[in-house]
Design a protein around this ligand. Structure first.
Ligand SMILES: Nc1ncnc2c1ncn2[C@@H]1O[C@H](COP(=O)(O)OP(=O)(O)OP(=O)(O)O)[C@@H](O)[C@H]1O
Length: 263
């Protein structure tokens, strides 16, 4: 595998649960992330977006298993667990639940770096720069804070800073702005947009918000009941949606602005 991989691929992923894994939750899903591009994964609640992310990160919940498919980096098959944190970083929906309430930000940063086998000495000089880059302007003070001393927006910035420090070329962002108020949402989206460009990140962005898709995504994959029903550029998805689920998602978004989909 090259040191700076270009592609992260989920190939024919099938995820199941139940006795003998007889209930399929995600079926034959193939997606490809490319450096410098944002792929939005959209679909109704329960369509399998989060489980697909978890499978990509090798962290499926107990009782749920990947029963088919593989993960490739630049065409080479890799175990998801080996990639997590090193090749693929993650930011999640509820930043508060992602942090241990009795640990400071510095402890979180150090733990993450240790977990992915990065030298602390190498990273030490980069920590303050990473915090500044995500808009945490007083890094020394922030590193001494506990989660309860920080707002949701600050915690999300911190989670993004930790992802940056891992220097992973790919990022899985599962509903990264859902729990934030609208003003903070806009700021976090602008931050992510800049970081994708600056660090040439390949991003899988899970969202139910087509406004976020319009703002950040280059490409869109639409899931319905665990199956991929449409993949296209963001422009195609908004102007020429084909599948009825895509049409419904885009139509619902336009309706918020008093507009309708052209027939
Ligand atoms: N731990 C679990 N055990 C069994 N079934 C699960 C588990 N987690 C999720 N599921 C089921 O898998 C399907 C997909 O769930 P998933 O959370 O991936 O959907 P989603 O598209 O992310 O939904 P949302 O937008 O509501 O987060 C759903 O039918 C859900 O009930």
């Amino acid at each position: 595998m090259s040191l700076t991989p270009k592609h992260f691929t989920l190939e024919n992923l099938t995820i199941a649960t139940g006795v003998d894994n007889d209930r399929l939750l995600v079926e034959d899903l193939s997606l490809q992330l490319t450096r410098g591009r944002v792929l939005a994964l959209v679909g109704a609640s329960g369509s399998g977006k989060s489980l697909s992310c978890s499978a990509a990160l090798g962290v499926l919940p107990p009782g749920v298993a990947r029963i088919g498919g593989r993960i490739l980096v630049d065409g080479e098959v890799r175990p998801a667990e080996m990639l997590r944190g090193r090749t693929v970083a993650t930011i999640m929906q509820n930043p508060r639940s992602a942090f241990n309430p009795v640990k400071t930000m510095r402890e979180h940063v150090m733990e993450t770096l240790t977990a992915i086998g990065r030298s602390r000495r190498d990273a030490e000089g980069k920590i303050e720069a990473a915090l500044r880059e995500v808009g945490l302007d007083e890094p020394e003070a922030v590193l001494g804070l506990y989660p309860f001393e920080m707002s949701g927006g600050m915690l999300q910035r911190m989670m993004i800073a930790i992802a940056l420090l891992s220097e992973a070329p790919f990022l899985v962002a599962d509903e990264p702005t859902t729990d934030l108020d609208v003003v903070v949402q806009m700021r976090i989206l602008a931050l992510l947009e800049g970081l994708v460009r600056e660090h040439d990140l390949g991003v899988l962005l899970v969202t139910h918000d087509m406004g976020v898709v319009a703002r950040l995504a280059d490409d869109v994959a639409v899931l319905d009941h665990g199956r991929l029903v449409e993949t296209a550029s963001v422009d195609e998805i908004f102007h020429r949606p084909k599948h009825h689920v895509t049409r419904m998602l885009v139509g619902a978004h336009l309706a918020r602005y008093g507009m309708e989909l052209a027939e």
